[in-house]
Design a protein around this ligand. Structure first.
Ligand code: GAR
Length: 222
């Protein structure tokens, strides 16, 4: 057993890994009492693999394409997480749907970030859909993962005003900027034992959260 008191994280990615890099930075600076013990990519070509290597992080590739079934893939993913010693699983741009069994296995110990103000716009193409719907506000949500897609209890949201001339790309860039702030913040709260999930209820500082917390812009400490 390591004597390191910082919360060990397994960060699971499918894409370019900008959230993973923001979390790594928050860990390295000591802003949050956590450390990444493994980055796991579900695709051999994920851009975030090179980023993780550059940051000196240990990387495993558990590629969905290498397995005959979702069950076999999830077994290998769980084995890699457990062997890493992680105590919190951080889905950071992981674009696969996990089975309810997998979610239950890590109940209260798995977070996701979603680029929308949940429960609005679950699934893909959230920025395009927010623009098409004429939303005046959009944003990102950090939530505990339960069996249902993008539907676990939301902990923290960041709101972003939609501008008249926004494209999906410009809106996405501003939402991602906020993601990089709110995701480390929530992980820091769990590491500091301020946040936990009990029977699908989120407790923050020992009080049940009935609504998601809203990130206050400009507030920098987790
Ligand atoms: C992030 O914007 C994240 O919210 C989104 O993927 C992006 C990954 O970016 N996740 C989802 O859509 C999950 N439903 P990153 O690889 O640069 O962190």
């Amino acid at each position: 057993m390591s004597g390191d008191p910082r919360l060990p994280l397994a960060v699971v990615i499918s894409g370019r890994g900008s959230n993973m890099a923001a979390i790594a930075q928050a860990c390295a600076s000591g802003r949050i009492a956590a450390r990444i013990v493994r980055v796991i990519a579900d695709r051999h070509g994920a851009g975030g693999i090179a980023v993780a290597h550059r940051l000196g992080l240990e990387v495993s590739v558990v590629a969905h394409a290498d397995f005959a079934s979702r069950e076999a893939f999830e077994d290998a993913l769980a084995a890699t997480i457990d062997e890493s010693g992680a105590r919190l699983v951080v889905l950071a741009g992981f674009l696969r749907i996990l089975s309810p069994q997998f979610a239950r296995r890590y109940a209260g110990a798995m977070l996701n970030i979603h680029p929308a103000l949940l429960p609005k716009f679950t699934g893909l193409h959230t920025h395009e859909r927010a623009l098409e719907a004429g939303e005046s506000e959009h944003g990102a949500s950090v939530h505990f993962v339960t069996g249902a897609l993008d539907a676990g209890p939301v902990v923290l949201q960041a709101h972003v005003a939609v501008r008249q001339d926004d494209t999906a790309a410009s809106l996405s860039a501003r939402v991602q900027h906020e993601e990089h702030i709110i995701y480390p913040k929530v992980i820091g709260w769990i590491a500091a034992k301020r946040l936990r999930l009990v029977n699908d209820v989120v407790y923050f500082d020992d009080r049940p959260l009935s609504l998601p917390l809203i990130d206050a812009p400009g507030e920098s400490s987790p």
